[in-house]
Design a protein around this ligand. Structure first.
Ligand code: PMP
Length: 309
């Protein structure tokens, strides 16, 4: 029988247990200093095929291992171990719905922020739409936050480390305090970076434009998928380049994207309406393509999917 969400089973330190029985020591460096790296792996249920597809699983694992390498977490597991844990825990819950699977490597024990280990792992499925409110909106009213995105000279924005999300938090909290859905960060040089948990694209005169990876953005898997789909399936010109703040306000269309966000149109930025102030035509096409690819309805992108059942 399918488990209810409050009693879901998770993979924790090598065992599959009820989430309520998984405990982490309060003094562990992961609790105190956000010393962990993680992925949110999207899995989409395809009702016709009666199959759950994990989206770009190998790419998520590559990024997880890169994140661990950067902050020097000695990971005792291989990509094969990751995959076995994910498949086992999803099957144990008998999930037949869209999920995000949180896959986290963390520093346990009684050490400090400089500790090497012990490194432990948990894998926890989260039915979609159960995290932040902005992930459930049809369109977004954004502000440019006064906080700057972390930079490669202090805390790398390229990798997914728990502590990075305090920067995301202050931007998001400022946006909510001021009546916006979410925010867009500028980088240390005042150029456009990304959202607190998503990457940004704008469209101007039919060209799709996104900040380059050296502009303080996460090496986002959705960003890469959008670029490939736009070029190969829609024949669009795509530019990865530095974006000025002014370009945000004058864009024809804009959207945020990410594994949780999917493709969500931006209706306004700092109260400037973007285009018509609704979902733009190109954004809509990209959204449909992305969802088709993730659900296994796009033959050319079947190689992005790993069937769970
Ligand atoms: N930027 C940040 C800061 C994020 O947290 C995320 C979500 N992982 C993204 C971008 C989008 O990355 P992805 O497409 O790999 O989910």
């Amino acid at each position: 029988m399918k488990t209810d969400v409050t009693n879901r089973l998770i993979w924790f330190k090598g065992q599959i247990i009820n989430v309520n029985d998984a405990f982490i020591n309060v003094l562990a460096p992961t609790s105190q200093f956000g010393l962990n790296v993680f992925e949110g792996i999207p899995c989409y249920w395809n009702g016709e095929a009666k199959q759950l597809y994990a989206f770009r699983l190998e790419d998520h694992y590559k990024r997880l291992l890169k994140s661990a390498k950067l902050i020097q977490l000695e990971c005792p597991y291989t990509s094969e171990n990751f995959k076995t844990a994910l498949v086992d825990v999803v099957k144990a819950n008998e999930y037949d719905e869209n999920l995000s699977v949180r896959h986290t490597l963390f520093v346990d024990g009684f050490g400090s922020w400089g500790s090497e280990g012990p490194v432990e792992m948990f894998v926890a499925p989260i039915p979609r739409g159960r995290t932040s409110a902005e992930y459930n909106k049809k369109g977004l009213n954004c502000c440019v936050t006064s906080w700057r995105r972390i930079s490669d000279s202090n805390l790398s924005p390229r990798v997914k480390c728990g502590a990075n999300y305090i920067n995301s938090r202050v931007g998001q909290r400022e946006a909510l305090r001021n009546g916006y859905d979410t925010c867009i960060f500028l980088n240390e040089f005042g150029k456009v970076a990304e959202g607190p948990g998503s990457c940004l694209f704008i469209i101007k005169d039919g060209v799709l434009i996104t900040p380059q990876l050296t502009d303080s953005v996460l090496e986002s898997i959705t960003r890469d998928s959008v670029i490939q789909l736009a070029k190969d399936e829609l024949g669009l010109r795509v530019e990865e380049r530095t974006i000025d703040r002014t370009e945000l306000y004058l864009a024809d269309e804009a959207f945020l994207c990410g594994s949780a966000m999917e493709i969500t149109p931006i209706y306004s930025i700092d109260r400037y309406p973007i285009g018509s102030g609704e979902q733009g035509e190109i954004t809509k096409k990209i959204h449909i393509l992305y969802i088709d690819a993730a659900r296994g309805r796009l033959a050319s992108r079947k190689n992005w999917l790993t069937p769970i059942y």
